[in-house]
Ligand binder design. Structure first.
Ligand code: ARG
Length: 396
């Protein structure tokens, strides 16, 4: 049997590789999709061969990830349950697509992934894989099928004589350009403050410098194009913001999250660039969109985020929503100034050629004033429903 395994080099996929090879004697081809995780791809490849892969692919999908996934998330201000920038959820459909492409090229009998039956990722992987694979190609989920746990993983790997890297023992980590997610172990106690060892991208606010940093971001059609007046390649821009803002203690999230599979979980994330870009983007929208556009957009933004979280990237509704978002994003151009200081980020200024804000008009001394008559007329009509209903209901 020829199996293409979506391989991260982590505990679960390493165990699966060993099991497929040693126990089931499968020919295993490993695929690692680089979406900006900070692993050394050469090490991941070496480890795959060491654990028995017959062939290994490393696919650099960073650019693709930013342009086709992260950009859409910025335009949609995508924060699941108002807080999580969806890093893992966004990367899964891309990873699954790339893995499916290799499986077709290699004429594989099956594709394997390392998701558990308690998580969201199985939904995302299975759904996207099914959309791209021929019906005769099986989807194997050994962790789910054999009920593997992190403890059994470690036992299996050490039984076969493989060493387990220290970093894999404490938490379950998933990382890409957009978000670093840390879960499991002691973090499962929701009342306990996460230990500093959980964090890798952000300094604790206490350790952050005593002087603030200022960052200005220029947007064009809803997308960031310049930072501090300099054009930046999007992948580099995200890396730059992650490192600059993270070094000021900004970007940590601690969230009780509603999983797709009916469970609340405690999730800890680091996402400095994502949180800052969404904050800035949303601020600019407040300046250029009408109140009704804003309200409508917040609703469809949330629907978009929900679809992505639920593993329904392939749902046609996503593209319908994106068309509406794109149409409104044409006016989200301009500059937003941010200040970051000891873990806090604030928008401290903004400007746009499409601004609906007019300083001359708003000015109390010199600006436009409706006449008393105009104001009274407006208020009478505006409050008619509220006044009528409150009178009638009081009388009852
Ligand atoms: N809860 C997040 C999601 O479902 C992140 C999961 C990442 N997995 C991990 N092992 N840290 O998208």
């Amino acid at each position: 049997m020829k199996v293409v395994l979506s391989y991260s080099g982590g505990l679960d996929t390493s165990t699966i590789l060993v099991l497929l090879k040693k126990k089931y004697n499968a020919d295993v081809i490993t695929v690692t999709v680089d979406v900006g995780q900070e692993d050394d791809m050469k090490n991941v490849e070496e480890r795959a061969y060491e654990l028995g892969a017959s062939k290994h692919y490393t696919i650099d999908a960073k650019k693709n990830f930013v342009q086709e996934y992260i950009f859409k998330a910025i335009k949609a201000n995508a924060l699941y349950e108002g807080k999580y920038p969806l890093g893992t959820a966004l990367a899964r459909p891309l990873i699954a697509k790339k893995v499916a492409e290799i499986a077709m090229e290699e004429n594989a009998d099956a594709v394997a992934h390392g998701c558990t039956s308690k998580g969201n990722d199985q939904v995302r992987f299975d759904t996207t894989l099914r959309a791209y694979l021929k019906p005769n190609v099986k989807i194997l989920a050994p962790v789910r099928e054999l009920r593997l746990t992190r403890n059994t993983d470690m036992k299996i790997l050490s039984d076969y004589g493989y060493e387990i890297p220290e970093s894999h023992k404490k938490f379950s980590i998933d990382e890409n350009l957009w978000t670093r997610s840390i879960e499991g172990g002691e973090l499962d106690d929701p009342v306990r403050e996460p230990d500093e060892s959980a964090f890798a991208w952000t300094l604790s606010p206490e350790e952050a410098p005593d002087i603030p940093a200022y960052v200005s971001v220029e947007f064009e059609d809803g997308l960031p194009v310049e930072v501090n007046g300099e054009k930046k390649d999007p992948v580099e821009m995200i890396k730059y913001l992650n490192s600059l803002l993270g070094s000021h203690g900004f970007g940590r999230i601690d969230l009780i999250e509603s999983r797709v599979v009916g469970l609340k979980s405690r999730e800890v994330y680091e996402a400095p660039a994502a949180l800052a870009l969404i904050e800035a983007h949303q601020d600019l929208e407040r300046m250029v969109l009408t109140p009704r556009e804003l309200r409508f957009k917040r609703t469809i933004d949330e629907m978009w985020s929900d679809l992505v979280y639920q593993g329904l990237w392939i749902d046609p509704l996503r593209t319908h929503i994106e068309k509406a978002i794109d149409s409104m994003s044409k006016f989200t151009s301009g500059v937003v100034k941010l200040k970051v200081f000891k873990g806090n980020l604030s928008v401290i200024g903004r400007n746009s050629p499409f601004s609906l804000y007019s300083r001359e008009t708003i000015d109390y001394n010199t600006g436009w004033y409706p006449s008393d008559e105009e104001a009274r007329g407006f208020i009478t009509i505006h409050s008619m429903y509220a006044l009528t209903s409150s009178k009638i209901r009081k009388a009852l």
